[in-house]
Design a protein around this ligand. Structure first.
Ligand code: HEC
Length: 404
């Protein structure tokens, strides 16, 4: 055997090991989001630990900056005009600098409706009787892609031909990140409860009266989706604050549950249109016993919560990472032509672990077909999974449940 071969082999093998360690090495030090999930070559088992580790690293980086991303209202205007932050662009006519937050919609209900099959459905309220508001924001790369294609105007959206193509008509560039966050006015919660939630001020529009005011809001949940080289279907990560529902022993009081035995209703008792006046009588939310957070995710959460101790972010947990699955060597990138159906994603059909966020898909914890990617799959070919573009491009097409 030539003398250099063992050295060569050693270098290659140790190089690989150093590239993607197994198990993954937790850490939130660098502050930059990872470019991609890191899976060792030849790994064929369930990759949940690698994806969850990626999600936490992305979370640690994203929470430092997402409030400076471009909010939906800056891009998609009521009159289809060019993106911008003029006072007419948001429903509070608020003159806000980048980083300041507006939680409002012109209709009064677009920012509180939960998503259901591509339409909006009933909102939820926290235990203080306040609606949970949603805000979608786009990082610079995602924003520039929308801008370049003028996707804020419906005639510019790609038309999907028949027969349907294998690839999306236009793909967001690598590094695009889109975040959907869930916020609630913290009025009425105790100091002990507030101390465990990330809070900030925001201009909030009262859905029923239309009145805007500046108030302290708390972050209850956050979806982070990022486009990576190995997963062009995006990687779907979803985090929640830990005091939402029973299950956290040291919780100072749940934000979405009154602590009694009163069950969660089978369907949402609230109407979206017209939204009832606040304070609204709250109902109990629980995590379905049929789809608890995956035990391996629970373990990864404990590790990262320790790493983040001393920061507010230790009070958040990963509910699920969803990713496109292809058989075989998991380090090999998944082809962009693969769809995001329930059969091609984790946790898949017949899921026994969580695939929903309690603050955003509250009543969709039981139907495995209601995971992130399977639902967003309907927007795959036209707008590369980004449902908000499909719905909000002018003129907006926002489906509401039948009776509205
Ligand atoms: C039942 C369908 C459905 C499910 C399930 C669902 N979403 Fe969405 N999601 C939507 C719709 C519809 C929108 C656009 C809402 C709007 O803009 O008003 C959206 C918006 C988003 C956005 C903003 C970017 C975009 O696509 O426009 C993100 C990020 C997101 N969802 C992530 C997730 C994650 C992560 C999960 C799973 C934990 C998930 N979603 C589950 C339907 C769904």
């Amino acid at each position: 055997m030539p003398r250099f071969l063992p050295i060569f082999l050693f270098t290659v093998l140790s190089g690989l090991a150093a590239t993607c360690p197994n198990p993954p090495v937790p850490g939130v030090g660098s502050g930059a989001a990872p470019d991609d999930v890191c899976i060792p070559a030849g790994f064929t088992d369930l990759t949940i630990d690698f994806f969850d580790d990626y999600s936490w690293k992305a979370f640690a980086a994203t929470v430092k900056q997402f409030e400076h991303y471009h909010p939906l209202w800056e891009i998609f205007h009521e009159d289809g005009s060019e993106p911008g932050r003029g006072v007419n662009s948001n429903a509070c006519s608020a003159d806000v600098a980048p980083g300041e937050m507006v939680l409002a919609s012109f209709s009064g209900y677009h920012d509180i409706g939960q998503t259901f099959d591509g339409s909006l459905s009933s909102p939820i309220v926290a235990q203080n009787g306040r609606y949970v508001h949603y805000l979608t924001s786009y990082n610079e790369i995602a924003y520039q892609h929308i801008l370049k294609n003028k996707w804020y105007q419906r005639p510019n959206l790609p038309v999907v031909p028949v027969p349907r193509p294998a690839l999306p008509m236009s793909q967001f560039p690598l590094g695009a990140e889109v975040v959907k966050s869930a916020w609630v006015d913290m009025t009425g919660f105790t100091d002990a409860q507030r101390a465990r939630v990330y809070t900030r001020t925001a201009v909030v529009r009262d859905p029923a009266s239309g009145k805007c005011s500046t108030t302290t809001v708390g972050l209850l949940g956050i979806h982070i989706v990022r486009k990576t080289a190995s997963r062009p279907q995006w990687i779907w990560s979803s985090f929640e604050q830990v005091d939402l529902v029973p299950g956290t022993p040291d919780s100072p009081g749940y934000l979405l549950h009154d602590g009694t035995d009163s069950p969660m209703p089978a369907t949402n008792p609230l109407a979206l249109v017209p939204p009832a006046q606040q304070p609204v009588k709250p109902f109990n939310v629980v995590r379905s016993a049929k789809t608890p957070i995956h035990p391996q995710t629970v373990r990864t959460n404990a590790v990262y919560q320790r790493l983040l101790s001393g920061t507010i972010w230790r009070n958040y947990r990963l509910a699920v990472t969803q990713w496109p699955l292809a058989p075989g060597d998991q380090s090999i990138p998944v082809d962009a032509s693969q769809a995001g159906s329930v059969f091609q994603t984790f946790p898949g059909d017949g899921a026994t672990s969580a695939f929903s966020n309690l603050t955003m898909e509250t009543f969709q914890q039981a139907r495995a077909g209601q995971g992130c990617m399977n639902c967003h799959n309907r927007a795959r070919l036209a707008t590369d999974f980004m449902y908000s573009v499909l719905m909000h491009a002018f003129p907006a097409k926002i489906g509401l449940p039948g009776k509205y």
